[in-house]
Design a protein around this ligand. Structure first.
Ligand SMILES: C[S@@+](CC[C@H](N)C(=O)[O-])C[C@H]1O[C@@H](n2cnc3c(N)ncnc32)[C@H](O)[C@@H]1O
Length: 223
């Protein structure tokens, strides 16, 4: 039995469903750190959906080479159309990120509203597979839903639960709660260097960076 979600049927209305439910909040979230990505040279972009972020990235950064990975052929068709001015710099992989063999070296990974589709063990396996393909100082840009603290905690839980239920019905997504991306990223040697919360704390966009070199006191140097 295929347990992978299938986003094909919602690929075309995806943009309008997003605007109708959350307005431009996700769009602002995705683009928040774009000005810091203009010098990156090789990116792995996973689950970018209909390619709105990727088109903006490739329009803003004229030399970046991109591997775009997505399980949805229809999403990739839309992405390809949006990036049609940059096809020589774009390699499309219609496959699961969980089995894709990244080559690298990448100085940028982008996962906007993708890691929250994964169960914790899959997320950890993905980070462990990608981390060795990153060049020193590489950036990983992540946007995801989060549960806010304080008075927005309960409404946040209800909204996230409702979104998971909707995606389960529309795509067959089995994930039911937000995984923790911070722990595996820290374990892989990345540090969060910037973050921005929006929509009453329900959205986060975060920039993580791999250490540029091993610290001098690293046990690796004393072996
Ligand atoms: C919730 S949508 C997010 C789309 C877009 N990144 C955004 O910011 O709205 C998740 C995307 O990840 C893709 N996807 C889901 N599971 C995947 C997997 N295991 N490997 C690669 N892509 C996957 C879906 O086809 C879809 O395009």
């Amino acid at each position: 039995m295929n347990l992978e979600p299938n986003f094909n049927s919602i690929a075309r209305p995806y943009r309008w469903l997003e605007y109708l439910t959350l307005g431009r909040a996700l769009e602002r979230c995705r683009l928040h750190f774009l000005p810091l990505l203009l010098d990156q040279k090789r990116a792995l972009v996973i689950g970018d959906g209909d390619g709105r972020f990727l088109a903006s990235l490739m329009a803003a950064n004229h030399h970046i080479q991109v591997d775009a990975v997505d399980t949805s052929a229809t999403m990739l068709e839309l992405l390809s159309k949006r990036c049609k001015g940059s096809t020589t710099r774009l390699q499309i992989h219609n496959t699961s990120a969980l089995t894709f063999a990244p080559t690298g070296p990448y100085d940028l990974v982008v996962t906007h509203f993708f890691l929250d589709c994964l169960a914790q063990p899959d997320l950890e396996a993905l980070v462990n597979r990608i981390a060795p393909t990153l060049s020193p100082g590489a950036l990983w840009l992540i946007s995801d839903f989060r549960i806010p603290s304080g008075s927005m905690r309960l409404p946040g839980r209800i909204i996230v639960r409702t979104l998971y239920l909707a995606f389960r019905l529309l795509t067959g997504l089995r994930t039911t709660h937000l995984p923790d991306h911070a722990a595996p990223l820290i374990q892989a040697g990345l540090t969060r260097i910037g973050h921005h919360h929006s929509l009453a704390g329900l959205l986060t966009t975060e920039l993580w960076q791999l250490e540029r070199s091993l610290p001098l006191h690293s046990p690796h140097l004393n072996q």
